[in-house]
Design a protein around this ligand. Structure first.
Ligand code: FAD
Length: 377
């Protein structure tokens, strides 16, 4: 029986564990830094059909339909006037049970945790040392030490394990943007609404069938390095309120008293795609490469990468990093381009952008290339 260590119990680590759980050839242990899981927050996540198909393979299609939403369209609005620019019929990419899905992140985590025996998860635990012998000899912060055949690194964008493996400090870079997110209720739409403003955009989408919605805004903000590292800076009520007021003043959309549980955080992305020299170490999800959020592909790519590593181990191939590099390159380019196009401020350029958007969002060839290629596994 092959023994596998998974570092980090986020979306990618837990999805990987679900794949192993169905296969008696493997014995695995998950090592998670946090004391416990945050399974109550109402913040949302979007999953495109590529990841929904992979989730369906582990039973996602049986999830309570009240707990998810299947938006049919992505609708673009001008943030200032709240006038519709155009829409994309995202449901065109749906097939069989595989539908573009929005839900609470906590709903997804609960689903991913359902089939994992609790004894397979060590909480409060980080990787401390690796010795490369016949197998990988791993030592953890709780003094646990064991030998493993494979090591899966899924500890997110700030992966400490990455620095340990590459024996140099690898830190992600601040994307000159912050995220502001919250919960909002009773919006009269079942679709994904994207409001494009000058140096900011915000997105509202349903997270279930109970009229609960996720609000997420990405706002350009230059910050000093110390500020990006200071949690208190982002938790401060004055900062949260002033950031919300800043967007409010640039849009006719009425947020007043509507957004609850407001939170903010700096957005970090990866600087470089790093590939380890040792064959039985695999990076997945944000630990491998964190992309900007403006294409809503982070979680979907995390799930895809875990599936690919599982297949690499099962079939004893050596193609994972090459294939992943190509896919991440395509997603990253689109995410950076979206971010740029969503935040334009010059009025003439905005006019041209909106004109092009109207045309492109109805152009099948463009959509198949821009979205369809990414939504295919
Ligand atoms: C503003 C914003 C909006 C987003 N919206 C979307 C969206 O709509 N759709 C989408 O697909 N993606 C979205 N994403 C991206 C998505 O959230 C991430 O890509 C995804 O969560 C990455 O999953 P992961 O498993 O790699 O990492 P994570 O989900 O971050 O999990 C990492 C886990 O590792 C643990 N950990 C950390 N360090 C250690 C350590 N040293 N030892 C052990 N455990 C450790 C953490 O506690 C955590 O449990 C968004 C991101 C941002 C910033």
């Amino acid at each position: 029986m092959k023994k596998i260590a998974i570092i980090g119990a986020g979306i990618s680590g837990l999805y990987f564990a679900n794949l192993l759980q169905k296969n008696l050839k493997y014995n695995y242990q998950i090592f998670e830094k946090k004391k416990n899981f945050e399974l109550v927050n109402g913040y949302g996540i979007q999953l495109s059909v590529n990841s929904v198909q992979l989730l369906n393979e582990i039973g996602f299609k049986n999830i309570d339909e009240q707990e998810v939403s299947f938006p049919k369209k992505v609708i673009f609005y001008d943030a200032k006037s709240s006038k519709k620019i155009c829409d994309i019929e995202i449901s065109k990419f749906n097939y069989e049970h595989n539908k573009y899905t929005t839900l609470k992140r906590s709903t997804l985590l609960k689903f991913l945790l359902k089939n994992i025996p609790r004894d397979n998860i060590f909480h409060n635990c980080e990787l401390k040392n690796i010795e490369y012998k016949d197998k990988l000899s791993l030592t953890f912060s709780n003094k646990y030490k064991d030998q493993f055949d494979y090591l899966i690194i899924s500890d997110g964008v700030f992966s400490k394990s990455k620095s340990m493996i590459f024996q140099k400090k690898i830190i992600p870079k601040y994307f000159n943007s912050i995220a502001l997110r919250g919960n909002i209720k009773n919006i009269e739409s079942n679709d994904i609404s994207i409001y494009l403003g000058s140096n900011f955009h915000f997105v509202i989408y349903p997270v279930n069938q109970n009229k609960e919605y996720n609000f997420i805004s990405v706002i350009k903000k230059r910050l000093k390095e110390e500020e990006t590292k200071d949690k208190k800076y982002f938790e401060n009520d004055d900062f949260l309120q002033s950031t919300l007021n800043e967007i409010s003043s640039k849009t006719s959309f009425n947020f007043k008293n509507k957004i609850k549980n407001l939170k903010s955080f700096p957005i970090f992305i990866s600087k470089k795609f790093d590939q380890p020299k040792i064959n039985n170490i695999f990076f997945v999800g944000d630990a491998l490469y964190a992309i900007p959020p403006s294409f809503a592909q982070g979680a979907s790519q995390s799930i895809e990468s875990s599936k690919e590593v599982y297949e690499e181990i099962e079939n004893n191939t050596n193609t994972y990093y090459k294939k992943r590099y190509e896919k991440i390159k395509s997603v990253n380019l689109r995410s950076i381009f979206n971010h740029f196009a969503f935040h334009l401020s010059n009025r003439l350029i905005v006019f041209i952008r909106n004109f092009l958007l109207k045309f492109l969002t109805k152009n099948k060839r463009f959509l198949d290339n821009y979205l369809g290629k990414i939504y295919k596994n």
